[in-house]
Design a protein around this ligand. Structure first.
Ligand code: C2E
Ligand code: MG
Ligand code: MG
Length: 594
């Protein structure tokens, strides 16, 4: 009997011969490439798609080993992992970098599965694969965007953090040192406000150029956002003379910049934190350099070294951690909700729950500042659980009141996913509030810092098994977006609002969104565009084939009661989708909606 005998249940009415014919023609015609080897790795069979993909005919490869398509781009460890998985009798999945007959490299998403005979013994391996070269190309472009500042082309904050972390890891094993300089421009805001953003942008590009020239090749310069730059100075000698580097930077900015032939005066305040003496982790070092920079600004000096007293002074003004502890007890934390709608019909898809903190003395604190503090202190687990329960309770209240909210999306931090109790907590909230699991969606921020990636994967699989949906948030900003799509059970991607904001300005971004939509379509995922602020963006997103949107144009985050009002409006302007221009869809582009 052939090895595929056990897969033939349900085909009992066919004769053995017919079954074999059906299965072998299925193998021949399937779009995936198929290769079957024996246990020594000798190729016994390849299908038409394999021939098409690799350029080799079956006569050329049968009897050879799969190394015929090897590109030499994988490490020994990769093959060791492959063989150890197969030796355990388990399938191996990965993206292979292979070489076609004509020498061209291609990327193949491949699964190799051991096939057992009735006796249980492994007799063959079957490798099925699909060409994902397009996707990998898109991923490279996304990675480039995710890692560099589009204005100055310098590395951005994400990249800076990652390289700093790498260097710090190396520091543990040596007696090396490094320093982080945090640079804030003085005078930039005046130019930007008085002479306009376009000239402001040009000025930032020029500043970036001068800073680069003032530094050594081994120093890493990054733009952290706005008018903030950072430098990573490496090596003991350089750290000892970091004051000289600061002098170079200050001198480099002394000559006035010419902005449309008029001089603009820019100077810099610099804060310095050194590792290991001022901190051994990236976040602390940057924070300390930032604190020292404020001290330099306050005292009017050009640069300042970090001193522990500075933190104490800052802490006396506003102690985010202590205040958060109190806030979690006193009801200063609450949720707002923001609608997500179908861009074609304006119908409500669901709402995203967004955490808010109203500080009794300092007023509303943005989640982008207090959520990292919750994460640093580990409090995100308790607060995150409260968010889950409160959002579920609210969904139940809406349902009781007859307010039709089909789904609520809840943001969770990677740390929460690393908590083994998270799925249990979500399951018990679903039960307690008698919800359909499919009416919950968990939004996971796409990040490069998923430390315990196996744990995260497991948690997502458990959620998937519960019937809860999983969304990748801020898609495109993390560096391994598409890898995660491949690996995690994901139902939805949310295109980051940075991409949406650039729609219409740069064609590259429209193409990227199109690329993301293409991948999402092939994986039958929902796509939500975040930060839809203008009717133009709405129209363009619809034209690109994006189904759902969320943003200020539709509705700002609001209280639970306002969601009922939002729904009851017979025809709020935002709910009437703007007309799609009369241009025919581009060949190969997405089909028009509605
Ligand atoms: P996010 O999940 O990407 O949430 C969307 C953010 O975009 C929200 O910011 C929302 O107010 C903002 N937004 C929505 N529409 C527009 C628009 O048209 N234009 C602009 N400029 N912004 C828009 P918010 O509320 O400040 O939240 C920031 C981030 O904080 C969230 O980003 C999410 O990552 C995190 N966050 C919020 N609530 C929670 C929570 O309960 N748990 C966790 N772990 N993170 C949360
Ligand atoms: Mg979100
Ligand atoms: Mg987002």
């Amino acid at each position: 009997m052939f090895w595929w005998g056990k897969y033939m249940q349900g085909m009992e009415e066919l004769s053995t011969e017919e079954r074999v014919t059906v299965l072998s023609s299925a193998l021949e015609q399937i779009a995936d490439s198929v290769m079957i080897t024996d246990t020594t790795g000798v190729i016994k069979y390849v299908n038409d798609s394999f021939e098409l993909l690799t350029g080799y005919s079956r006569h050329e490869v049968i009897g050879l080993k799969p190394s015929v398509v090897k590109s030499g781009r994988h490490s020994l460890i990769f093959y060791r992992r492959l063989w150890s998985k197969l030796a355990e009798g388990r399938p191996f999945r990965s993206t292979f970098i292979n070489r076609r007959r004509d020498g061209a490299i291609y990327y193949e998403s491949k699964t190799i599965t051991p096939i057992r005979a009735f006796s249980g013994e492994v007799t063959h391996y079957v490798a099925t694969g699909r060409d994902v070269s397009d996707r990998v190309g898109l991923e490279d472009r996304l990675r480039h965007l995710a890692y560099s500042d589009s204005l100055t082309s310098l590395p951005n904050r994400t990249r800076f953090l990652e390289l700093l972390r790498n260097d710090l890891a190396g520091l543990e094993k040596s007696d090396e040192q490094l320093a982080v300089l945090f640079i804030d421009l003085d005078g930039f805001k005046v130019v930007n406000d008085s002479r306009g953003h376009v000239l402001g942008d040009q000025l930032l590009i020029d500043v970036g150029r001068r800073l680069r020239q003032a530094l050594y090749g081994s120093d890493l310069l990054a733009r952290m956002g706005g008018d903030e730059f950072a430098v990573l100075v490496r090596g003991r000698k350089s750290v000892d003379s970091v004051g000289v580097i600061c002098d170079h930077i200050i001198q480099a900015l002394e000559t006035p910049f010419l902005v449309e032939d008029a001089p603009a005066y820019i100077s810099a305040s610099i804060g310095i934190a050194r590792a290991p003496r001022d901190g051994t982790d990236a976040v602390t070092l940057i924070k300390h350099a930032d604190t020292a920079m404020y001290e330099a600004k306050r005292k009017g000096g050009c640069y300042r070294f970090f001193k522990p007293e500075m933190t104490r002074a800052a802490a006396e003004q506003f102690n985010i951690r202590n205040d958060l502890r109190r806030a979690a007890r006193t009801g200063e934390l609450y949720l707002e909700y923001q609608p997500q709608v179908h861009l074609g019909s304006g119908q409500l898809r669901g709402v995203e729950a967004l955490l808010r903190w109203r500080h009794p003395a300092h007023g509303p604190i943005p989640p982008t500042s207090f959520i990292p503090a919750l994460e640093d202190t580990g409090m995100i687990r308790t607060v995150g659980l409260w968010v889950v329960r409160e959002a579920c309770a609210q969904l139940r209240r809406w349902q009781n009141e007859g307010v039709t909210v089909p789904m609520v999306s809840i943001n969770v931090s990677p740390q929460q996913l690393e908590d083994p109790d998270l799925t249990k907590d979500i399951a018990s909230a679903i039960e307690e509030f008698q919800l359909d699991p499919g009416s919950l969606e968990i939004e996971l921020v796409e990040t490069s810092q998923l430390a315990e990636i196996d744990r995260v994967e497991e948690a997502l699989r458990q959620l998937d098994a519960l019937g809860v949906r999983v969304a990748l948030d801020d898609f495109g900003t993390g560096f391994s977006a598409l890898t995660h799509l491949h690996r995690f059970p994901v139902h939805t991607v949310k295109i980051d609002r940075d991409f949406v904001g650039m729609l219409g300005k740069e064609t590259e971004d429209a193409r990227l969104i199109e690329g993301i939509l293409g991948v999402a379509r092939s994986l039958t995922l929902d796509v939500i565009a975040e930060g839809v602020e203008t009717p133009d963006q709405w129209a363009q997103l619809r034209q690109l084939g994006c189904d759902f949107g969320q943003g200020f144009l539709i509705q700002r985050p609001c209280g639970a009661a306002d969601i009922a009002t939002f729904l009851s409006h017979s025809g709020p302007p935002a709910l009437v989708p703007p007309p799609v221009p009369d241009t025919p869809p581009k060949p190969g582009g997405p089909p028009p909606l509605v």
